[in-house]
Structures are given as structure tokens and as C-alpha cells.
Write a protein that binds this ligand. Sequence first.
Ligand code: 1PR
Length: 528
Amino acid sequence: MTIALLDYGAGNVRSIRNAVRKLGFSFTEISSAEDILTADKVLFPGVGSFGLVMAELRKRGYVEPLRQRILAGKPFLGICVALQVLYAGSEESPGVAGLGIFPGQVQRFATGEMAVPQIGWNGVKLLQSSSLFNGYQQEKLYFVHSYFAPLTETPDDWQLAYTDYGCKFVSAVAKGAVAAFQFHPEKSGAAGLNILGNYLQDKEEIVLSSKDSATSSTKIAKRIIACLDVRSNDAGDLVVTKGDQYVVRAEGEVRNLGKPVALARRYYEEGADEITFLNITGFRSFPLQDQPMIDLLAECSKEVFVPLTIGGGIRAFVDSMGRSYSALDVAAAYFRAGADKISIGSDAVDAVEEFLRSGKKSGSSSIEQISAVYGAQAVVISVDPRRVYVDSAEATPHTTIKTIYPGPNGEEYCWYQCTVKGGREGRDLDVIQFVVACEQLGAGEILLNCIDRDGTGSGFELELIAQVKAVVSIPVIASSGAGSAAHFVELFTRTEADAGLAAGIFHRREVEIDNVKKAARAAGVEVR
Ligand code: 1PR
């Protein structure tokens, strides 16, 4: 049996390749229209915008063969945007015709109550039974998208499953042996691998029966993220380290808390919803010569089937031979190696300063470039703010809060200053100006650290998190200060944070991820 992969080189399809291999199947690459017609099974992990996908299909002459294959009901599985292009068109790329298998337009989520993009684990409700979902136990699956196919009032017979995110949308379609998912089975842990395995194994056509109604609802989970700060120690080995307020040396030595791939695998098995690697010395070296980080990702994505984010050193640079690389080149290398999202730190601060100075977008910043090619959902901004105390709100032009933790001289107000280079350098920029500008430039998510809390185990900086959540509509990951499961409960019950990230307590095994989830669940917080 030939499983043919439709990959036009636009993003991270390494994960789907790894997932197929992990399930014991091999695949061939589609390189001609003929391959589309003759393959036993086609697997199409759509990457990029609706318009980009259609342009790539058109350029390669794949539109008609795909339509032919799909209309004939021959085995086909599309993922994410590959579900959306089955429709007639999309608000994402007005005027671009889709494959038109299904009528209707793909729409954008309205901003408001829910963060956009939807990034995270949500449920799916089956409208029909399908062999694709054999063994499915109602687990949550991983979604990352800003656009969706609306569920029609009376579901059509090809609408297989739906999900709620402010509205009900179609999360799976199936017709004959043709299917497509809005979620990513290759990023949805064991539940996703099971579904993907069902497609790969199915010898029969996908069996559909017994219509259900679309009355119950699903809920997105708050994500629990394990973060691995990675750097070389003095012996030159890449290790996971952890600082106290960003100081990672203890008694002169870089703290060594384990090997990155082994730790990531452990967190995956223990139920982490996502794993983040931060190369904390990325600002010093030439990022693309940082081969170990690329190898690390490639290794990790063979075994870890939840989303992987990589940060540190995502910026333009000139190497020792005088060759220039753009931030997009650096990001592309990480996506090819298996990253789902990249995280920009210092370079985002420079980009925002330039944006605020000029009053217009340049189109050439790392945020804009990477977002335009890979989509906003692939661009995380990691910000390292630090408290600056003032006596009154009028004492500074920056946006302050009246804090419940007064400063060393009894100051009742503070603002959060953006820093670069791992907190070594402060800028005249507050976190509010910064995150608002990042969203405007095309960022899809904020990783909100706080140097004052980092490594202290004293709980998340709730005042900061609430202040940031109030001004952006993209998801916010709260980071720094987690010391117990109760701190996550406090985070999710007292702020609207979309995810909580921790490092030290997980590395030192002081708190298990599972215990965080149990505590959250007991407090009525939705988790996976
Ligand atoms: O500036 O684009 O090269 O990115 C550098 C990245 O490395 C940034 O994301 C920055 O936050 C991070 N970074 C730089 N120096 C350090 C350091 O520790 N010396 N780590 C550093 C930041 C913050 C979190 C940490 C949480 C949770 N680490 O990732 O894991 O605070 O910790 P906790 O749960 O133990 O409190 P660029």
C-alpha cells in the first residue's frame, strides 16, 4: 500500500512524517498529478494560509487531480487548512477559490470573549460514527487556527464532528473514504496517533452511520506547559538549566537539571500539553550554527507528539563568513527540524521600538516576516518584564498598576519594563505598549515571563497577567514563579490566562504535571 504525502515545503510536516513512521507505516512523496490519482492513500497536512495552499496546488497542477480523487471518494486525509480548502472559499483569502467539494465559506473567529487564534486542546463531538474514531475515548485534541468552517444548522451528511469555540465549527468531515480534520492528530498525543492510525490501517471505506444531534458542547482546556531553558554548560554539553531570576549559575557552575530530549520525553509521557525549549544564550551566538538546538528538536519530534515551541536567537544575523541570514531563515530551519511555533524575545523588542518610532509597519521585522509565511499561530513572543516601582501613576509615562506588593520604599505603583538579552538590558518600553504592538505586527501568542518571579516558587505574577490579558486578544501563556499545583489553580481562577508554564518545579520533581491537572480539575478548571 502506498501512503503518499502531499508536502510543498511550507512548514512543519516533520511531525506528521514522524507520526506515520511511529505508527509503523512508510510513505512516498507526491511529486506529480499522477501520484495523486494513483496512490492508495493520500495524506495532506495543509500548512500556511488558505490562499497560499491553493496557490501551491494550482502551481503544481494538483487542483483537478485532487478534486477528481476526492469526488471519486478515494482515500484522502486532509489536516487543518487542508480541511478548509475543501470548501468553496475563505475569508482568509478573499477571491481565492477553494477545491469546492463542499459549499460555503470558511470564516474567521470573532475576537471578544475567546482568544484568537484558538491554540490548544478542545473536544470533538461526533455527529456520526466512523471507523476513523474507533477507540476514541472523548479525549481532547490539539487545534491551532483562526479560521473555521461553520457547522450548519442541520448538519450535512459529510459533517462528521464539531467543536465549540465561541461558535460551533466543523472539526472533522468525511465522505466515502475521504476525510479531513481541523485538529492535528499528529500533535494530539496518544489519542491523535490512534485516529491517524485508524486512517492508515483502514482497508474499508470509512463507515458512517447513526446521526447524532449537535446539542452538547465542548470546551477548550487550559494548557499546562513544561519549559526547558537550554544552554551549553562549561564542558560544552547542552543541558537543561534553570535560573533564579535569570541567574543560572550556582557556585560558579551552570546548573544542570538534565538532558533536553530525555526531559521532554518525560514531560510528554506525564501529560504536558506542550513543550517549550528556550535557548537562553541564543542572543550571543550565530543561531544557525547552533546545530545542537536543531538536532535536539529533530530528535524530540520523533518521540513527542504534542506541540513544540523553540525560542532564543530568532533574529537576523551575519555569520563569521559575512553571509546574511534573515530571522525567517532561522525560523525556517527550526520549523523544518520539527518546531510548531517559534518564540521571539529580544528581537521583538527591537521590532516594536522601531514600529513605535516610525509609526508604521516595515514589513521586514522578524514578527511580520515569520507571521506572513507561517501564520500568526506559529509566532510566539517571549517577553521578560521586570517591575519598576514609582510613587504615583503620574511619575512615569508608562502604564502602571496600583500593586498589592509595594516596592522597597513603600511605592504603591509599578510598571513592567521590557528587557532584552535575558534580562541584562532594560528598555524604555512597558509591557503594555509592547504586547499591543506585537499583536498588531502579527504575533499569535504571548509567553509572559516575569523576572521578579522567575525561579522563586512564589506563584505567578497575577497583576501583570491580568493587565496583559486585558489589552490583547491573542492567547497569553503565564510563566515564572510556579511553586505548587495551587498556583496554577490560582492562575486559572483569578486571571483569564490561556496556559500556565513552569520549569523548576517540574525539573526538580517537586510537582507532577498530573497533580497540577488534578488540582485544576477539582477547582472546576477545564484541562486535558
Ligand atoms: O532574546 O530571542 O534570544 O530569546 C531568549 C529567550 O531565553 C527568551 O525567551 C528569554 O525569556 C529566555 N531567557 C534568556 N535568559 C534566560 C535566563 O534564565 N537567564 N530564561 C532566559 C527565561 C523564563 C522561563 C522560565 C520561567 C519559568 N526563562 O522560560 O522557564 O520563568 O520558570 P519557573 O517555573 O522555574 O519560575 P532571545
